[in-house]
Write a protein that binds this ligand. Sequence first.
Ligand code: SAM
Length: 316
Amino acid sequence: MDEKSFWHIPVLFHEYIDSLNISSTKRNIVIDCTLWLGGHAVGIIQKLHKGDVFVGFDLDNDNLKSSREIIEKSVGEFAKETGITIHCIHANFRDIRAKLLELGIDSVTAVCYDLWVSSAHFDDADRGFSFRFTGKLDMRFDRENGGKTAHDIINHSSEKELIEMLRTYGEEPKARFIAEAIVRARKVQPLETTEELTKLIEETSYDPKSVVRSFQGIRIAVNDEFGSIETSLKDTINLLSKWGRCSVITFHSLEDRLVKQIFAEYLQAERDEFTGQDTVPAILKKVTKKPLLPTDLEMKQNKRSRSAKLRIVEKK
Ligand SMILES: C[S@@+](CC[C@H](N)C(=O)[O-])C[C@H]1O[C@@H](n2cnc3c(N)ncnc32)[C@H](O)[C@@H]1O
């Protein structure tokens, strides 16, 4: 096993892979939207057979390079011998439809998302995701395609926009005070580093949790994480073939709520309010009534799994 994958334990491994309902007789086209270290991807590919296609995405090119290496080392030979096609693509999963069309794919049997940030992001001071280290205010998953950085947002958003961001994406109760402090500080000189921002939040809120929440809010805004999830899930639902599955692991209540709401739109039939008849049938059905959670043993072995939830839906 590779050094990087050694310390990475993919969350809900068996539940996630089994949820994709990979067929041993029919052709599978499986999309893993969040490759990182390919922990789940390797398990998925091992279940595929001749003629199947696996497509993986990652928005972070460094993470994509890691998954490519790990997939090649672990299952590259197996895939070649068996006749499985593998594509690992640097892309935002919000572009799933366009990226698959480029490969000539307009229908898929399973799509999965293991959301939230990889520890590779938090552990690299240079990326500016963590308040534990001093780094530039960046926080972009994708550093190669431009886009706003945390520095741009912190130094150029209006006070109202900052409040909204900290409240909505960080659930920060002291959002107004923090936004005011940011605007006051940047009048003197722009905020440049994670350390400066951390100090300012701590001095304003007197609450270390405000730093965690604010950094989360800024990161979600920088990457438009919720916009990507919404666009992608809606396209995925359209791309799924009959009985195709979509599985999503979330780690945060805000993310889980969003996924639940999007699925809910397709789980209910449209009904005529006068006749009570269904006018448009539901497109999806739930595979499990409640989201799947890690077992006590998994939580003990892998603390990161504690807040994980797996939602699974099937196309009707
Ligand atoms: C929790 S990790 C996935 C771990 C992976 N399942 C494994 O077992 O190794 C999430 C990954 O999703 C990527 N990611 C986040 N947002 C993305 C997006 N909008 N499009 C594509 N990849 C994204 C991150 O860069 C990160 O590598």
